[in-house]
Design a protein around this ligand. Structure first.
Ligand code: PDD
Length: 281
């Protein structure tokens, strides 16, 4: 396997960054995960838009042009022979002697890109059977709209889920309203067939898959409202599902040990997933 690190293509097993990288010491870094399907990078321009926004919010710039970055991403995918999979891109504020204050603006940023293939059989199985989730209290900072690598709370939540035999942890705010998953956005289908998801202005990451699904739902004529909903309302939903670049529309069939609807993946998630794959091809 090959990784890209600061201008060089290196063997994945030997790829490294400095011990005084700010990404390592302060999680002072942003990232993107993007799907590659049939050799095509899904929603790349939206991912790059969000990357630029994350950098801007932290007073950083993109270290190279979007065109150059796109070429490097394609090259990493090519060198790893990824036709169906994911790429991971991380940009940190670079290497500097440890000091909380940002280093000089001309400090070279650290940029890392990797790519890996995914197993379509595992994805198909999750879609056919559905996944289980637990709920956890929100314990992250209030800038989760920035896609930083400061993911320790998310890692702890996923670990808690795993220990309970579930695959995702869903954050609830102080009012018991659903926020998002540890690495996904959450959706429910109401009794009248309306699709609901929390507004992205309020303490969640604006998922790219989320944005694309809003477009798709409109094209399919599915009613959709960006509206916060409670845990109780979600438990009584016709369908619950999640979205992320790593998992387009995975059905959730059990939350905190309680079965959602009849315990089987629903038709709305299926319909949207089918449409998503058509549009993205
Ligand atoms: N996570 N919310 C959170 C907290 C996320 O980390 C992610 C993505 C999403 C969905 O965003 P998108 O549709 O753009 O993938 C929502 C990535 C996949 C990860 O951390 O692996």
């Amino acid at each position: 396997r090959t990784a890209y690190v600061n201008g060089l293509y290196v063997r994945h097993s030997e790829a490294a960054v400095h011990i005084e990288d700010r990404g390592f010491q302060f999680a002072d870094a942003v990232y993107e995960v993007c799907e590659i399907r049939h050799g095509f990078i899904v929603d790349l321009s939206r991912h790059l838009d969000r990357l630029e926004r994350s950098l801007r919010e932290l007073d950083m710039d993109l270290p190279m042009s979007r065109a150059a970055l796109t070429l490097v991403i394609r090259e990493v995918a090519r060198r790893n022979r990824v036709r169906n999979g994911l790429f991971y891109l991380q940009i940190s504020r670079g290497m500097a002697r440890r000091d909380h204050v940002y280093p000089a603006a001309d400090t070279p940023q650290t940029i890392v890109i990797t790519a890996k293939s995914t197993d379509p059989a595992i994805v198909a199985r999750k879609n056919a059977v559905g996944i289980k989730a637990i709920t956890v209290a929100e314990n992250r900072w209030d800038r989760v709209d920035i896609k930083t690598v400061g993911l320790l709370p998310n890692a702890m939540a996923r670990q808690r889920a795993k220990e309970k035999g579930a695959q995702e942890a869903i954050y609830l705010d102080a009012e018991g309203m659903v926020k998002e998953g540890a690495a996904t956005n959450i959706w429910m289908v109401d009794s009248d067939g309306t699709l609901l998801t929390r507004p992205a202005e309020h303490g969640i990451l604006r998922g790219i898959t989320r944005t694309t699904l809003i477009d798709i739902a409109a094209k399919l004529g599915i009613k959709i409202r960006e509206e916060a909903f409670s845990l109780e309302r979600m438990l009584g939903a016709r369908e619950v599902f999640l979205t992320a670049a790593t998992s387009i529309c995975f059905p959730i069939v059990e939350i905190d040990g309680k079965t959602i609807a009849n315990g089987h993946p629903g038709s709305v998630a299926q319909k949207i997933r089918d449409a998503f794959f058509e549009i993205a091809e």
